[in-house]
Design a protein around this ligand. Structure first.
Ligand code: SAH
Ligand code: DHB
Ligand code: MG
Length: 222
């Protein structure tokens, strides 16, 4: 408990220092809570980190898989230039509606869109339509499908794209090679797949703080 409490306190200190009051983000979180969505969005510092990554590579086209209530979506959409575009894929109609409302309220609806439906279907449709490549991907939906998501993101990428996946450490859950938990098995497969792919340079950064011990994988497409 002790170490967790310290890392949570540190997160709160850093949020106060580097984020402060942010009405659009606060209202997205509040709208999500009122709609009964679980509190599993990225943390404020993680959201800001994602936005910095996207801005650092000058991302003009961002693809998110898993919108929830639009919290990470707002961070990512804010990183776009004026003529940028973000698509967020979400299976749940309530989540899709809340995310659209959050984007609208944040003044980001002009260049961010929610595509409602199973993400794998939406990804396959984008691939079939020969959609222009995306610069930045954030994989954060059902963990069971992570290997297929990585595969589809690669198909929609270009050399220089970044593919970030959330929750790939799961409190050390990925250590268990015999786990029967499909989320663990699929996460391990995705990491294995990333490691074996010569087109990808991948690192995983473990995280602590208000979301406990977890991590992001970050893959650069070559
Ligand atoms: N990125 C969000 C959190 C996403 S939580 C944030 O940080 O703010 C995971 C989301 O993935 C949930 O909203 C869930 O409904 C969605 N999801 C689960 N399975 C999915 C699927 N097959 N296709 C698309 N979205 C899915
Ligand atoms: C869960 C999902 C997430 O994307 C996350 O960041 C934390 C928890 C979950 O499904 O429990
Ligand atoms: Mg997540």
């Amino acid at each position: 408990m002790g170490a967790e409490t310290v890392s949570e306190d540190v997160d709160r200190l850093l949020e106060a220092l580097f984020i402060g009051d942010d009405p659009a983000l606060a209202s997205a979180a509040e709208r999500s809570g009122k709609a009964g969505l679980p509190a599993i969005a990225v943390s404020p510092m993680q959201g800001k980190f994602l936005g910095i990554l996207a801005a650092a590579i000058g991302a003009r086209r961002i693809l998110e898989i898993g919108s929830l209530g639009g919290y990470s979506t707002i961070w990512l959409a804010r990183a776009l230039p004026k003529d940028g575009f973000l698509a967020s894929l979400e299976i749940d109609p309530t989540c899709a509606r809340v995310t659209r409302q959050s984007l609208e309220a944040a003044g980001l609806a002009d260049h961010a869109e929610v595509i409602q439906g199973p993400a794998l279907d939406s990804l396959d449709a984008l691939i079939a339509e020969d959609e222009e490549p995306f610069d930045f991907f954030f994989i954060d939906a059902d963990k069971e499908t992570y290997p297929a998501y990585l595969d589809r993101c690669l198909a929609l990428s270009r050399p220089g794209s970044l593919i970030v996946a959330d929750n790939v450490v799961r409190g050390g859950g990925i250590l268990d090679g015999r786990s029967t938990d499909q989320r663990i098995r699929a996460t391990r497969s995705m990491l294995q797949q990333a490691s074996a792919n010569p087109r990808l340079a991948t690192s995983v950064i473990q995280t602590v703080g208000v979301k406990g011990h977890d991590g992001f994988s970050i893959s650069l497409v070559r």
